[in-house]
Design a protein around this ligand. Structure first.
Ligand code: SF4
Length: 455
């Protein structure tokens, strides 16, 4: 029998989720292990600067740092007296700190010979144009994607601009809400018009108030646009080269430069380990780095330096390859780091990576969430394990806040996942990936499997 999720707990969790709190550097938010401050950057920094920040995380916080799913650095475990000291000391590091609206570009932007256009000038123009627009949602975000090797297609964005080549000229497809796949096409424009349109959309959102998000505009504006909105992608041409899904691995860039994507398991790292990685990067002559999506750090340097740093990172337990099943799991800090969490997400995720590697074949992200807020992966996933007051929710094709197809006791979490992995292994058809197999089997079959281990 499926354990019921009480309306009260679900409603409370949803209310928490709607808060949309965002821990900025000067306004840290409370978490399970103290205050949490976010350090959002607009450009690359040196390994030495990250060493400096790591030391501040040890001096003022509890020595733990997160790299968030969107590529922001977070310092954990601050007291109310330490938080302003961290703020002042971080500002003294002279980092390219983001102030105001988040306008994100892919980590290889401007160095990637495969991108259709460098999105940075457009992003800067939007950032400038948005200064003075008040009343936007705290988590409002604009993504400008030049369509290169690493893309931000899976990140949610209120407004997204994606470069296209149309009859030899660059155009920008403007989408509202969602991911690149699920967002609604608003228009396809030249760069200057795209900037003006984005500023206009931000003004409209400001008028609607701080709860308004990009998807709220999609219906009304799409109806008035001239494009054929019913066709996926607005009938515009698709990419001419395959998309690299994740940031882990090496990437060849312009000017004999290379990039290598390295990440701590599950996005969290102790300061000393980050200092060791950055010290090795400095020794190898790595020029710069950027925190990036999927909890990664992208290091830039000569090919040999990148290769040597990747080997060092792999030996020291970092994720360095897309084949690492830990990189196929999106998980928040969970218990005990976050006060809202009911499960130890990192423990569950580590066992899942070790025991269910063939299920995690890169076709979907397993989302392990400490509560229905779903910080690590706000978008839908093929499989979600979510801690709630009523037990462990198991969700198929949904978000952490969606209703589960089954629930399990906390103690049965990894065993339930192993049963699902066994099911996929035995039922998988030739050429079928895990996500497709889960979808074909359907929630009923999956629920019976999860519940089959119950006494
Ligand atoms: S999703 Fe995770 S990090 Fe976010 S509030 Fe819930 S338990 Fe905390």
């Amino acid at each position: 029998m499926t354990m019921a999720v009480t309306t009260t707990s679900h409603d409370r969790d949803l209310a928490d989720m709607r808060r949309g709190a965002c821990p900025a550097l000067s306004a840290p938010m409370m978490s399970g292990d103290g205050l949490l401050a976010r350090v959002a950057l607009t450009a690359a920094i040196s390994p030495g600067q990250l060493i400096g920040l790591s030391r501040l995380a040890r001096r003022h916080g509890n020595g733990m740092l997160d790299i968030s799913a969107r590529g922001n650095l977070q310092v954990r475990g601050l007291s109310t007296t330490a938080a302003p000291l961290l703020d002042a000391d971080v500002r003294a590091l002279d980092l390219p700190l983001r102030e105001g609206l988040a306008v994100e570009v892919p980590p290889l932007a401007g160095m990637d010979e495969m991108e259709i256009a460098d999105p940075r000038p457009l992003a800067e123009a939007i950032r400038e144009g948005a200064r003075g627009i008040t009343g936007l949602a705290p988590k409002m975000s604009v993504v400008a994607d030049g369509h290169g090797q690493l893309r931000l297609s899976e990140l949610l964005a209120d407004i997204r601009l994606v470069a296209l080549r149309v009859e030899g000229e660059v155009r920008w497809k403007v989408l509202l809400g969602g991911t690149e796949e699920s967002g609604r096409v608003f228009n396809v424009l030249r760069e200057t018009q795209a900037v003006e349109a984005t500023i206009g959309l931000l003004h409209r959102l400001s008028e609607l108030g701080p709860r308004a998000r990009g998807h709220d505009l999609a219906g009304s504006l799409a109806e008035s646009a001239e494009l054929d909105m019913d066709r996926p992608g607005g009938g515009m041409p698709a990419s001419s080269h395959p998309r690299v899904k994740g940031p882990f691995g090496t990437f060849v860039l312009a000017g004999n430069l290379c990039a290598t994507g390295i990440g701590p398991a599950f996005g969290q790292i102790v300061a000393e380990k980050l200092v060791a990685l950055c010290s090795e990067a400095t020794r190898l002559g790595i020029r710069s780095l950027k925190p990036a999506f999927d909890h990664s750090l992208i290091f830039f340097g000569e090919q040999e330096s990148c290769k040597a740093l990747t080997a060092f990172a792999a030996e020291n337990g970092f994720i360095t390859s897309a084949a690492d099943s830990r990189g196929q799991i999106a998980t928040c800090p969970g218990s005990p780091a976050c006060a809202s969490a009911t499960i130890a997400t990192h423990e569950i995720a580590a066992r899942a990576a070790a025991e269910c590697g063939d299920l995690l074949d890169g076709s979907f992200k397993l989302h392990v969430s400490g509560c229905p807020k779903g910080c690590a992966h706000p978008q839908a996933s093929a499989l979600v394990l979510c801690g709630t007051a009523a037990g462990l929710s198991v969700i198929h094709l949904g978000k952490a806040s969606d209703l589960p197809f089954a629930t399990a006791a906390f103690a049965d979490t990894n065993a339930a996942l192993r049963r699902l992995a066994d099911l996929v292994r035995s039922e998988r058809r030739a050429g079928e990936n895990s996500a497709a197999c889960l979808a074909r089997l359907g929630s009923g079959h999956l629920a019976a499997t999860v519940m089959s281990g119950r006494p």
